[in-house]
Design a protein around this ligand. Structure first.
Ligand code: AMP
Ligand code: GLY
Length: 426
């Protein structure tokens, strides 16, 4: 069969990598893909990945049997609704269900209405009212743009001035356009963050192994937030008892209460959680695999990803076999100089040839392209060097050994990915 992956980052490289292990997959396409993905799939650069009509034409033209959507933007545009209307098989939630990610106000109101644990909050559309509220509440406080803002629309403000600047950025400067028409101001929670994902066909809900992202750019969680500087799986902070609490108080109710509201959720549902005093609170929902969590998690997948996606599409997830390798995985993101601010592109990458790709060590490309035959950087996050190990400590060593072989000008990466997991290990 033929499968199309939409997107062009490390998560999509990991999806393509997993698809290439499936016996019945003859060909993988990726739109737009990147230089790493090009080694495993046919990259489609001529079609805009946000032009759904063009994607439908592509799928029909190439007789593609299944499409897997990596990023949130096409899901927010309703790609699943439009593909299904054409009778095409696609993995991901429909537009209304994706609103859990595309509108933070929708998500917060849903959680409040149904008693799903989350930080207390208020929504504002007027700058003076929002400003008066942050003055009243004081810092620390969290300011969030309602809509999609490529991971930049959340500001955890440590002082009143930071909170005011965040409000100005979103409401006055309109840095995120219409995504900032509404602003959420919410209490700042402390604790340990965890990425908890499930896969669901709307009826059966299967937990995916836990993972943890590293949002801040520098070691020891210093510096601005990024799209994610590395991930590990499993996250030892979530033991079996806590996993059951998360399933019982967050994941199952989210999917069943959405269904009660007439919205069937199919695909991957991601809850970004804060474990505060032993209890989980939802910081955000995403309607897709996390990036870079997917790179670590998919390396642990022992089952056929096509079977899983098709069973979600067909509503037969209950009978699907989803097995995970017992090994731990660690993925280290190597970023371009300047990231997450203005970063440089076009820097030549060397050293990859000295890393033998295997089931245990793989360099997923997040932002690379070819320039006159040489591999160069093309975005802020460039590579996710991912490795398995018998435990997190071994996986971390294996990942960093591979990282040490890679060079490009002004590259940077965190040296403490998974360090927190090691301090949490019993
Ligand atoms: P989000 O995009 O909603 O996941 O937010 C980005 C990051 O902001 C999260 O990963 C947290 O580190 C932080 N964050 C979001 N909401 C809160 C909150 N209520 N309290 C503390 N930190 C938060
Ligand atoms: N790693 C967080 C995200 O994918 O949104």
């Amino acid at each position: 069969m033929k499968v199309l992956v939409i997107g062009g980052g490390g998560r999509e490289h990991a999806l393509v990598w997993a698809l290439r292990k499936c016996k019945r997959v003859d060909k993988v396409y990726c739109c737009p893909g990147n230089a790493g993905i090009a080694g495993l799939a046919e990259c489609i650069n001529s079609t805009d990945p946000y032009n759904i009509k063009a994607l439908i034409d592509l799928v029909k033209c190439e007789w593609i049997d299944l499409t897997i959507v990596g990023p949130e933007v096409p899901l927010g545009l309703g790609i699943v609704d439009l593909f299904e209307r054409e009778g095409l098989k696609i993995f991901g939630p429909k537009q209304q269900a994706a609103a859990l990610e595309t509108s933070k106000v929708f998500a917060k109101d849903f959680m409040r209405r149904h008693g799903i644990p989350t930080a207390r909050y208020k929504v504002f559309t007027s700058y003076p009212e929002a400003e008066a509220y942050i003055r009243l509440m004081g810092a620390p406080i969290v300011i969030k743009a309602d809509g999609l803002a490529a991971g930049k629309g959340v500001i955890v403000a440590g002082t009143y001035e930071e909170a005011e600047n965040a409000l100005k950025l979103i409401m006055t400067d309109r840095a995120f356009g219409d995504a900032g028409n509404k602003v959420i101001i919410e209490e700042c929670l402390t604790g340990e963050e965890v990425s908890f994902m499930v896969i669901t066909d709307g009826k059966t809900i299967v937990p995916i192994p836990t993972s943890q992202d590293h949002k801040r750019v520098f070691d020891n969680d210093k510096g601005p937030n990024t799209g994610g500087m590395g991930a590990y799986s499993p996250a030892p902070v979530v033991d079996n008892a806590l996993q059951e609490i998360i399933m019982e108080t967050i994941m199952r109710p989210t999917i069943s209460l959405l269904a009660k509201d007439g919205i069937k959720y199919k695909g991957v549902l991601y809850a970004g959680l804060m474990i505060h005093e032993g209890r989980p609170y939802v910081l955000e929902y995403n309607c897709r695999f996390g990036d870079p969590e997917a790179q670590a998690i998919l390396m642990r997948l022992a089952s056929d990803i096509t079977d899983i996606c098709l069973s979600v599409h067909d509503g037969t997830l209950e009978t699907a076999s989803i097995q995970w390798k017992p090994e731990a995985a660690v993925g280290v993101v190597i970023a371009a100089g300047g990231y997450p601010g203005n970063f440089q592109r076009g820097k030549q990458i060397t050293g990859l040839e000295s890393i033998t790709p295997s089931d245990d060590v793989f360099v997923f490309h997040s932002g690379t392209t070819f320039d006159n035959g040489s591999l160069v950087t093309s975005s802020g996050r460039v590579l996710t060097v991912t490795a398995l190990g018998n435990n997190i400590s071994e996986a971390k060593d294996n990942a960093y050994k591979a990282v040490a072989k890679i060079q490009f000008e002004a590259m940077h990466y965190r040296t403490d990915i998974a360090a927190r997991a090691l301090s949490n290990c019993p």
